[in-house]
Design a protein around this ligand. Structure first.
Ligand SMILES: [Zn+2]
Length: 132
């Protein structure tokens, strides 16, 4: 999960990655404070875990969108011959499913990611601290 905070010096957004589900886990894995170096002003500071917020995974959003955009035509291509031999009622059923299934997959991926982001942001380790 991508977590961000802002540089104490220049307010530039700083980001890092973690597998932790929340700030308590993050603190357990990496300590109460995480040292980051700003790419903008080059200052290295330690930031309390509570100053970090999780943000949605852009890669996951892209994958979800691709699954939706590629998944539908792919399934249509796979069943192309069968598709046109279906009776009308089956045709409608299958056609609905074609758009519904990738749509659901898309929604689930995004929902999962949002749930993880919310879970991380909900619990604080010690309460947000201003630096220092
Ligand atoms: Zn900076």
């Amino acid at each position: 999960m991508r977590i961000i905070t802002s540089c104490e010096n220049c307010k530039q957004e700083l980001e890092t990655w973690t597998f932790a589900q929340d700030r308590v886990q993050l603190a357990r894995q990496q300590g109460d404070q995480i040292e980051l170096t700003c790419k903008n002003c080059n200052s290295t500071e330690k930031y309390p875990v509570d100053n970090f917020s999780a943000v949605p995974n852009r890669l996951l959003q892209t994958i979800a969108l691709l699954a939706f955009l590629i998944g539908t035509p792919l399934v249509i291509w796979l069943i192309w011959d069968v598709f046109w031999n279906l009776t009308m009622s089956y045709f409608i059923l299958v056609a609905t499913g074609l758009f519904l299934v990738p749509g659901i997959v898309y929604g689930l991926i995004l929902k999962n990611d949002r749930t993880r982001v919310n879970a991380f942001n909900r619990h604080q380790f010690r309460g947000r601290q201003r630096f220092p």
